[in-house]
Design a protein. Structure first.
Length: 593
């Protein structure tokens, strides 16, 4: 097309030369002397050739500038020559560009209306990679070549052109949707056929056409994903099951899995866990979820390391296929798995401490008549309450400050989205927000390590309490058996006991208490001190984050400055947090330094 426009200008020049030649021949035939007033003079010839010479000079300069360029680069160069103060040169470049841009305009219209791309000479700014599989069509198959975008087309317009054609391809090849879009067809019927509109400063019909087609095509794709393929249902399933939003289901699943997951990881069988998952679904509100959604939920086991239990390798999995893989890519599902493992571990801590609290209440009633055991029971209760408070506040922060706030923001952004790229971006930001605010990113690794160490101490405390309670159960059973033997002998008419037996039993009990209570209290104190130190370090570390929710977490964990006496710096930081966020801590007394 560029060559054709040059040929047209040269033809005009040849026509002028022929006209001048015929004029000279005519003068010769009429015996008009060359150089006379009535004949052709150098001055007249100079006037005749003034504009053609200027045209040839400009075209020669244009050809030098366009050397080696094709497609978008070529028309951008021509367009730059239009930015000229001489109206004649500007008009010349406009005429040249109107022809040169026609192939690109044809490629654009075919792409945005049909989704077809036939760029054999690599002149178009949309690039297609035929080696990309259909499941990566949206992400990798089509892309922009910035150097090929004509300078009179803005980058925003180029993105809309790319998205429009990509959307048509996605609808046809992934969604198998051939539905005609009425508004787009109307625009197509009335579509301008002149490439001049692409760079016209007085007429914005090209930009309006791009906006209308982009909007209608993208809106149709979003409607298909929401209505036909239930995109929001899949997102909610991720929120409910992989992000532990379905509380009754998660709690019942933990109840059913507790015995199996306590075993070494090598002793787990996937089919057993799958059966337990199905039982949890049938027993909770998950049974009322759409069958296509719930059947995607499955169990997976992570790679086993030496010493792992079932809790360390268990994970839920959500199978994605077909169209939804565009949103839930492999990297996205890995991120979900990473978040699930953290949330599952935190939920397990809360679950363990809740069961331990029930045990403490039960043992407190049973052993209230045995004062020798009360120090152990009291210490266990104090440590358990402290740990439970910490874990519950962490859970509150994760569930409400992180997950719920991020979820509300995601739903709002999806509702406002104009195309699938914006939906994908909103979802990726949703996951990034959870990862960073849950301390799962690389910058938060030291703090996450501290939190995991605190969780490990919870498990140690669980084992310590279990060991002590078992010993106390054995002792209680021994004492009951002693009383039962006394009663049986009395029923036979014998003495229930004698002085020696009574003395031996008293010594045995004293020896048992002497061996159990001091050593147990010592271990519990060491564990308690280690726990307090870890929490103090954790509180101190999270103050380096600018996130207001994290700083508010400091107050929730240390609302009464319990750790202030162990670590004054932490108490001082709590006051700073209070001064920065007084609106979140109404009704509380300002802590003293």
């Amino acid at each position: 097309s560029f060559c054709a426009s040059l040929q047209r200008e040269l033809s005009e020049y040849y026509r002028l030369v022929a006209l001048l030649q015929s004029e000279v021949i005519h003068e010769d035939d009429c015996d008009v002397s060359v150089g006379s007033f009535d004949g052709m003079t150098l001055k007249k010839l100079s006037v005749w050739l003034m504009q053609p010479s200027l045209k040839l000079t400009v075209l020669a300069s244009l050809l030098d500038s366009c050397s080696g360029k094709i497609g978008g680069e070529l028309v951008s160069t021509i367009y730059s020559f239009m930015k000229h103060g001489d109206s004649y040169i500007k008009c010349l470049m406009k005429n040249t560009l109107s022809l040169a841009v026609q192939p690109i305009f044809s490629l654009i219209t075919r792409w945005i209306f049909e989704g077809e791309l036939e760029d054999n000479h690599h002149e178009f700014f949309v690039l297609s990679d035929p080696s990309v599989r259909d499941d990566r069509l949206w992400h990798d198959k089509f892309s922009l070549r910035p150097n090929m975008i004509p300078s009179f087309i803005t980058f925003d317009q180029a993105k809309k052109i790319l998205l429009t054609g990509k959307t048509i391809n996605f609808l046809r090849h992934i969604c198998a949707d051939q539905t005609s879009i009425k508004e787009r067809d109307v625009v197509k019927m009335s579509c301008i056929n002149d490439g001049l509109c692409c760079f016209s400063e007085q007429n914005n019909s090209f930009g309006e056409m791009i906006n209308v087609i982009y909007k209608q095509t993208s809106l149709h794709l979003l409607d298909v994903l929401h209505d036909k393929y239930k995109l929001l249902d899949h997102l909610k399933a991720m929120r409910d099951y992989l992000l532990l939003g379905q509380g009754d289901f998660i709690r019942h699943l933990m109840d059913l899995l507790e015995e199996d997951l306590a075993k070494p990881a090598q002793m787990l069988f996937l089919h057993n866990l799958t059966g337990i998952l199905e039982s949890a679904i049938r027993a909770t509100n998950a049974q009322y979820v759409n069958a296509d959604i719930i059947k995607r939920l499955d169990v997976m086991l992570l790679e086993v390391s030496p010493g792992d239990t079932g809790w360390d390798v268990f994970s839920l999995e959500y199978h994605v296929s077909g169209h939804i893989r565009t949103l839930f890519t492999q990297d996205v599902m890995i991120t979900y798995l990473k978040i699930f493992n953290f949330l599952w571990r935190a939920k397990r801590m809360e679950y363990i401490l809740s069961i331990m609290w029930k045990d403490q209440m039960s043992y407190g009633k049973v052993f209230r008549l045995y004062p020798e055991f009360l120090p152990i029971l009291h210490t266990c209760h104090l440590i358990g309450s402290e740990m439970l408070h910490f874990v519950q506040q962490i859970q509150y922060y994760i569930n409400f400050e992180v997950l719920e706030c991020s979820w509300v923001d995601l739903m709002s952004r999806i509702e406002e989205a104009h195309d699938l790229d914006q939906v994908i971006s909103a979802h990726n930001n949703f996951l990034s927000s959870i990862v960073s605010r849950s301390l799962l990113d690389s910058q938060s690794l030291p703090i996450l390590t501290q939190l995991r160490t605190i969780f490990d101490l919870v498990l140690q405390f669980k084992e310590q309490q279990k060991f002590v309670y078992n010993k106390m159960d054995e002792e209680l059973e021994f004492r009951r058996q002693f009383k039962l033997n006394q009663l049986q002998r009395s029923n036979k008419g014998e003495w229930g006991t004698d002085e020696q037996t009574e003395s031996d039993e008293v010594k045995r009990r004293e020896e048992f208490v002497k061996q159990l209570v001091p050593s147990t209290l010592s271990k519990l104190r060491v564990l308690s001190q280690s726990y307090k130190k870890l929490v103090e370090n954790f509180l101190s570390s999270i103050t380096t984050f600018s996130d207001g929710s994290l700083r508010c977490l400091i107050f929730r964990l240390n609302f009464n400055e319990f750790y202030h006496h162990q670590h004054p710096h932490t108490g001082r930081l709590s006051k700073i947090m209070y001064a920065s966020h007084p609106q979140k801590i109404k009704g509380t007394k300002e802590p003293k330094l």
